[in-house]
Design a binder for this molecule. Structure first.
Ligand code: 2BA
Length: 109
């Protein structure tokens, strides 16, 4: 068995959820926050058999969009605090960030 951990943007949560349910997968959603953007995203925990991993990854890819977002970068400065101007930088966010882990043991008690 495998555990798929997938970080998805909030905006794609509904579509990904519907598509996974439609195919009969069981999963748990956790509300999470991106380390860089500090914006809400959602992390799916999906327990599947090994031969289902590719299908799940395909579903995640099909329903997660890449978007550009601006993030403020504060440059290192020698100026007094409060006078440095952050420069906005574009980053590409998504589709999904996916990790696939081996499950040593799975039980429902
Ligand atoms: P955030 O941390 O808010 O990152 C948003 C986007 O900013 C990332 O999009 C990436 O394009 C950029 N970014 C973040 N950290 C960076 C860095 N150290 N250097 C260069 N660019 C950086 P995605 O790669 O699509 O990631 C979307 C979200 O997935 C991330 O939100 C984070 O919540 C999660 N994530 C991505 N990589 C991860 C990792 N290796 N471990 C754990 N979570 C990860």
């Amino acid at each position: 068995m495998k555990l798929i951990i997938a970080v998805v943007q909030d905006k794609d949560q509904r579509k990904v959820t519907d598509a996974l349910l439609e195919r009969g997968y069981q999963f748990t959603n956790i509300a999470t926050t991106g380390g860089l953007l500090r914006e809400g995203n959602v992390t799916f925990l999906i327990g599947v058999e090994e031969d289902q991993v590719d299908d799940v990854i395909q579903v995640l890819g099909a329903h997660s969009k890449t978007r550009e977002q601006l993030v403020n970068v504060f440059p290192p400065t020698i100026e007094p605090i409060g006078t440095c101007i952050p420069s906005p930088v574009k980053v590409q966010v998504g589709g999904a960030t996916v990790f696939v882990l081996d499950v040593e043991r799975f039980a429902k008690l």
